[in-house]
Design a protein around this ligand. Sequence first.
Ligand code: GLN
Length: 273
Amino acid sequence: MTVRDAIAAAAERLTAVTDTPRLDAELLMAHALSSDRNALLLRHLNDSQPKIYAALIARRLAHEPLAYITGTRDFWTISLGVSPGVLIPRPDSETLIEAAIEHFMGCAPKTILDLGTGSGALLLAALSEWAEATGIGVDVSEVAVTVAQTNAEALGLSNRSQMIKGDWASGLEGPFDLILCNPPYVETDAMLAPEVMNEPHAALFAGPDGLDDYRRLAPQIAPLLSTNGCAVIEIGVTQAGGAGSLFSEEGLHVRVRQDLGARDRCLLLTRPC
Ligand code: GLN
């Protein structure tokens, strides 16, 4: 069977598990050919399909996330290695980088902290934006610290970043101009899509109301923030009020920013003027 026909057949089967069956089928084919999607579409459609393709499609049909099968995910302007030990970076989280860029219009942050860095996505995206900045990525998971460190090296950012194991900001000394954080915020009994359930539960679930980690983070942020600094914290769509008041009780000024789907996506926290 040709690559073209194999992709068409796979895309049809993948409609059962994904909203983007054709894209998934193409990306898995590109991965099977050790190529990229553009080269695949331009040059390989009439080749015969690689043997490994069927096994990749079977994994996707069993709800394994695409990024875990290919081992990579693009985020902002960078490409990150991901493995089952880390949350897969979501486009929604790019809202945090946009919010930070808007806040620092005309003056770049010099020191950046990313709490719960996972793959390193937020810290490395920020460091790629601000060439003079240095940053620390913290994660409680040793696997995540290793993945983040590997990504920093692959992106040529390891000289400006340090990935460390830690419990949120415990033991850290500021001040930081920019604090980024995508904590777990899903309610413990929420029904998630089967493929999301393949991601680390510690990076997803945060107690009955999903606010447990904001409760821990709230008192830690203000003492670490530089005078004109800003913390950008991801939230679930219904959590602006609940999470926001935890931070305003700590004396921070809270603004809410929405993602491209017009859903509340992050809190911007600054010192009141
Ligand atoms: N946005 C993720 C989801 O909907 C949750 C990530 C998180 O808890 N930080 O699956």
